[in-house]
Design a protein. Structure first.
Ligand code: ATR
Length: 329
């Protein structure tokens, strides 16, 4: 088990946390409540203590699950949630991003109610509001810290300049970015800035939304209403075929050292810098247990070098066109 700090002076968490989105949204049918609560409890029993959710994930459904699971053991879980994207519950679509104080206050009240708690450990702006200076949103978030509703502030998918401007207003404990063997943009500026300024980098989609687990093949693709089947550019057509070939190299590295592709993918992320923690998503206890064993995998420089070359060859952007306008922002 590897423990890492969440922000300068912040609490330590297991470096392998749990991304909870897939339990309620995006990847096909949501989990049944009892099953999800059982999985969340099992995760806690196995030393996972960092749970990542958002208002957006199932428009409240995911926070409701975490509330059900943790309301009677609140202090054992480090709960991170997010606000910003505004959606329509009936249509299940996202209309835009609202980083205003009014929207933040509406969102935090709802999050606390659904999570059945009076504080969140880490409150993120999920995406920067393109129509508003970051200072305005962070000033509002700082009030929640003063009021005791929020223990620390995080930002998601911000660029280095936005992070610097935010830091001038209030300490930022964590920055969340997509980071994996397939997605390394964060390494250019944001990760070094986080390292220099004591910010924890929370790596989401470390398994490339499942692509780096080896679970998908030419014959076994995401289907139905699964976000990857419908939207995700890396899972479409020729890009999918090309990316699967890259996964084969990961498979060879994993096989040679008797680990699974997922374990190697997670070990690669954790090897990047000691201020990185990660939140792989899963709906299955067996996968969660296997992922935790990634903490025991130390990659050699030769293995790292084989994997380092893959990101440049990946086909397709990580989000569709609209989604790409809201990242690295
Ligand atoms: P996200 O951040 O979007 O959740 P991710 O963490 O990169 O993305 O990948 C999540 C995907 O990897 C999920 O589809 C998950 O499927 P299960 O719910 O079936 O587990 C899959 N996944 C996670 N760990 C896995 C493992 N050890 N083996 C196979 N698939 C795994």
């Amino acid at each position: 088990m590897i423990r890492r700090q969440m922000g300068r002076g912040g609490p330590e968490v297991n470096a392998i946390g749990l991304g909870c989105m897939g339990m309620s949204a995006a990847y096909g049918e949501p989990m049944e409540t009892n099953e999800a609560v059982k999985l969340l409890h099992a995760a806690l029993d196995r030393g996972v203590d960092h749970f990542d959710t958002a208002e957006l994930y199932g428009f409240g459904a995911n926070e409701t699950l975490l509330g059900e699971a943790f309301h009677d053991r609140r202090e054992k879980a480090f709960i991170a949630t997010k606000f910003g994207p505004i959606g329509n519950l009936a249509e299940r679509t996202v209309r835009g991003v609202d980083g205003s104080e009014a929207n933040m206050r509406r969102a935090i009240e709802q999050s606390l109610r659904l999570l059945r708690t009076d504080y969140v450990d880490l409150y993120y702006l999920h995406r920067k509001d393109p129509s508003r200076p970051i200072e305005e949103t962070v000033e509002a978030m700082a009030k929640l810290v003063q009021e005791g509703r929020v223990r620390a502030i995080g930002l998601s998918e911000v660029n280095a300049e936005t992070l610097r401007r935010a830091q001038a207003v209030h300490p930022i404990a964590a920055v969340q970015w997509e980071y994996s063997i397939f997605t390394r943009d964060v390494e250019a500026e944001v990760l070094p800035l986080c390292w220099d300024t004591g910010v924890t980098l929370v790596a989401y989609s470390p398994l490339g939304r499942g692509m780096l687990t080896g679970a998908f093949t030419r014959d076994r693709r995401p289907e139905g209403q699964d976000y990857r089947a419908v939207v995700s550019p890396r899972f479409q057509g020729e890009a999918y075929e090309a990316n699967l070939q890259l996964v084969e190299e990961l498979g060879r590295v994993a096989e040679a050292r008797g680990a699974t592709p997922s374990q190697v993918a997670l070990a690669w992320v954790l090897a990047s810098k000691p201020n990185v923690v990660t939140i792989p998503g899963t709906t299955k206890l067996a996968n969660l247990e296997a992922n935790l064993k990634a903490a025991d995998v130390t990659l050699t420089s030769e293995e790292m070098a084989r994997l380092d070359g893959l990101a440049d060859k990946v086909k397709g952007t990580r989000y569709d066109e609209r989604g790409m306008t809201l990242v690295n922002a």
